[in-house]
Structures are given as C-alpha cells and as structure tokens.
Design a protein around this ligand. Structure first.
Ligand code: UDX
Length: 441
C-alpha cells in the first residue's frame, strides 16, 4: 500500500465524528460518511447532532480548511480513502441480549463493491467476537480488488465527555490483524501517538474484539461490586463512600470506577455486558459469564432502591407530591440519555403517582423526545420550585455548586436524596436539608 494520507470514517455518531475530527487533527485528509443526509449536512456545517465538550471547536478549523469533509456517498469514500474506519453502532437487538451487527454489514456492503485498489478497512465498533473474521470474508467477496481490501480490528475505548482526550491520548492502541501490511499501515496511521509513548498492541482478530468487551465487563463489574457493598452498608448502617475511599488506597484495587450510586447506564456498558453473555452462550461457555447477570441485576436494583428512598422522603407515597429530578443524561458532560438511570428513576416515580419535573444542563431536549410525559424545567431552581423532595441523579458540576440555602427557599420541603454520592452532605444539612444517599446511613 502507498503511504496513508487520506482516511474515511464511516458512521459519524459519537465515535465516528470524534475519530474523524481527531484524524484531521493528526494531519490526515478525512472524509466522514453517514447514510443520514441530515447528519452529514449538519456536520459539514460544523454543528454536532450531540453534545461532546470541545468537539465543535476541533471540527471548525478542519472544515474551514477543507481537510475534513462529510458525505453520504460510499462510492466517493471508496475512491477517496487509503484507510476506511468503520464506526457504526452495534446496538442491543430488540427483545434479546445479543448485539445487532447489521449496520456493520450494511456499511461493508455499501463500501466493498467500490474498492478497486489495495486498502485497509479498520473496524472500531464494539462487536461479538468472531465478527471481524466474518466481515473480512464479506469484504474480500464483494471488493473488485478481492483480498487486497484487507480488514483489521482496532477497538475504541473512548468515554463520552472525554472523547477527544481519549482519542488523541489513549491508554493503549489495540490492533487485531492478519498481515504485516495491515500492522504496518496502522503503525503509520497512529505514528504520532506511538511516538508519544502510547502502547501499541498487535493481536489476532478475536483477541482484539475481546479486549474491548472484557474491558467493559470489568468496568461494569467494578461499579456493581461497590454498589453491592452499598447494599450491605445500607443493611449494616455503614458508609459506602468511606469504605470505597479506604479500599482505593490499595493499588491492586484503585479508586477509579469505585463510586457507589445509581450505577451505570449509557449506550455501552449495559448493552455490551448483555451482548457478551449472549456471545459466550453461542460459544458454549455461558457459565464463564453468568456473574455478569449479577452485575446487571445489582445495577438495576440500585434504581429501585433510589425510588424507595425517594418514596420514604415523601412520607411513604408519591401521590400529591412534587418531585424534582436533577439530571437526565446517563452521566455528566453528555447529552446521551440511552439507558439513563436518572430517567429510569424519574419515570418510575411518575408511574407511582409523583408529580415529576426534570432538569438537566444538556439532555432535556433528548429526554423530552423519549419521555414526553415527564415535565421539564430550564433550571435546577425551576425543577425544584414547590418540590417535596429533590433527587440528585446525574452528578453535573452545576448541581454540586448549587447553594443549598438558596434552593431551600424555593422548595416545599428541604429533603434531598443524592443518587450519586456527589453532593456535600454537611453543607446541605447545615442549610437545613434532610440529606439521604445510596449506601450511607
Ligand atoms: C464506557 C467505557 O468507559 C469506555 O471505555 C467505552 O469505550 C464505552 O463505555 P461511557 O459509557 O462513555 O464509557 O461512560 P463511563 O465514564 O464509563 O461511565 C459509564 C457509566 O458508569 C455511567 O453511567 C457512570 O455514571 C457510571 N459510573 C462510572 C458509576 O456509576 N460509578 C463509577 O465509579 C464510574
């Protein structure tokens, strides 16, 4: 293959839009491809269809210089790129645990018939192990250039809210390859990062696919571990935040992903552990991952516990009670509401008769589309007006910085339940609030 100068990024959601902007930042000419003409047009105009800190600012100069463009044409992409990154989604299938890889198949089927010179197609999506091998055959069968259109797998570990930093300064690069040419091409693409000391690990296809799903399984397990400890703390009258802090000093445990609270949500962890269990079942090793059922169950139980605490705070029932919900996004610095624990709790409280008003700094528009029956406010104070209880469900900085004395002036009752163990309990209590939290006495 000739030296890499032109890169296409197929699928321009969180992952693809970030990857496209970051590849342009590294100096490549980049063409972003999406089947949705509205999304491609928005991105070409410099507007993101979602919120990600810093990403619009990163796109702007590269769009202005023409180094980065967006299109809907797979044919144009095939003609343009030396390396084609596949960044389409792999959501959970309706009514099943397994992942839906049909968007990957569709992307390959659109691109491959136009691949008439040697190139590298690089999968970045999170997939059931075995997908890369299947797609490699699919590409070679459909490409005029045959096996000279090679596949590699290069899982992406970025977190929403930190997408740019995680892409330009990743903890590691993992590439699953079948040839030295593919390895050399990816070393070249990522040369600026490798030069900065980012570890570059070369594996087979299956290992590279498994690194990603096992990383997410581990992170989910760590969160559910501390949330299981929170359940025990609640029964024993102990404080999970102190427990977690004490555990964190053991370097074998570490403090990250040890925050007890409402648990994990979003477009990745929940569906990835379920898809991993489904794939293990297909491979005949379902027993190896049965513990992930518990991880999932512990995570879901936290949402019910939160509703219980909120109901207690309302005197045993929600009827006739106003409930303020602070947070709708599945985590701060994101407008993503996929499998959001906050909205799940808000909807449960409403179903049980509560008069719920939600506020989130970025996610209200998305929340309104998915939960049109909830009421929304355009500030924390608006949501809290007349409330009998305030539920803190997504730990935005804005909520930590609220003056509890001032908020106390607008509510009906000074009762707060902290679902993220992120508010300063002493400060809220000093301002006359009854403070309750998950995993604490
Ligand atoms: C995750 C992985 O971190 C990332 O590597 C992968 O590429 C995609 O999935 P993301 O979903 O963006 O990233 O968010 P992350 O920061 O991992 O948080 C996931 C969820 O766990 C959030 O709902 C968060 O609130 C929750 N969480 C996180 C906790 O409940 N406790 C913690 O200690 C940490």
């Amino acid at each position: 293959m000739a030296p890499v100068s032109r890169i296409t990024v197929i699928g321009t959601g969180y992952l693809g839009a970030t990857h496209a902007a970051c590849m342009a930042e590294l100096g490549y000419e980049v063409l972003g491809v999406d089947v949705d003409p509205d999304k491609a047009a928005m991105l070409q105009a410099g507007t993101l269809p979602f919120y990600e800190p810093g990403l619009e600012d990163l796109l702007a100069p590269h769009l202005a210089s023409g180094r980065l463009r967006f299109t809907t044409s797979a044919e144009e992409a095939a003609a343009f790129g030396d390396v084609h990154f596949l960044c389409v989604g792999t959501p959970q299938r309706k009514g099943e645990f397994a992942a839906d890889t049909s968007y990957l198949d569709a992307a390959v089927d659109a691109l491959a018939p136009h691949l008439d010179r040697p190139c590298l197609v690089v999968g970045k999506s999170t997939v059931p192990v075995g997908t890369a091998a299947r797609l490699a055959t699919r590409i070679a069968e459909r490409a005029p250039v045959g096996e000279a259109a090679e596949l590699a797998w290069n899982p992406e570990f970025l977190r929403e809210g930190h997408a740019i930093g995680d892409t330009l300064h990743p903890d590691r690069l993992v590439v699953g390859v079948r040839s030295e040419t593919a390895e050399a091409t990816l070393r070249e693409v990522y040369a600026p990062l490798i030069a900065e000391g980012v570890p570059f690990l070369v594996t087979d296809f299956a290992t590279s696919e498994l690194v990603k799903v096992s990383a997410n399984a581990f992170l989910s397990t760590k969160i559910s571990f501390i949330n299981a400890m929170a359940e025990v703390c609640e029964a024993a009258g102990a404080d999970v935040t102190q427990l977690s802090q004490a555990l964190s000093y053991d370097p074998r445990i570490g403090g990250q992903f040890l925050n007890a609270g409402l648990g994990f949500g979003g477009g990745c962890l929940p569906k990835d552990i379920r898809a991993f269990m489904a794939r293990a079942g297909e491979l005949g090793v379902d027993q190896a991952l049965t513990f992930l059922r518990e991880v999932d169950a512990i995570n879901m139980r936290r949402r019910f516990k939160m509703v219980d605490l909120a109901r207690d705070a309302c005197g045993g029932g929600f009827l006739g009670r106003r409930v303020a919900v602070l947070g709708a996004a599945f985590k701060p610095e994101s407008d993503d509401i996929r499998d959001s624990p906050a909205l799940n709790v808000a909807a449960q409280v409403q179903l049980q008769g509560g008069d719920v008003t939600v506020y989130d700094p970025k996610a209200v528009d998305n929340a309104r589309k998915m939960y049109p029956g909830l009421a929304y406010a355009d500030s924390a104070f608006g949501a809290a007006a007349g409330a009998h209880v305030v539920l803190h469900l997504t730990e935005w900085r804005e909520f930590r910085e609220i003056d509890p004395a001032a908020l106390g002036e607008v509510v009906a009752e000074r009762r707060v339940v902290d679902g993220r163990n992120a508010l300063d309990a002493d400060r809220w209590r000093a301002a006359g609030w009854t403070y309750r939290a998950l995993g604490r006495p």
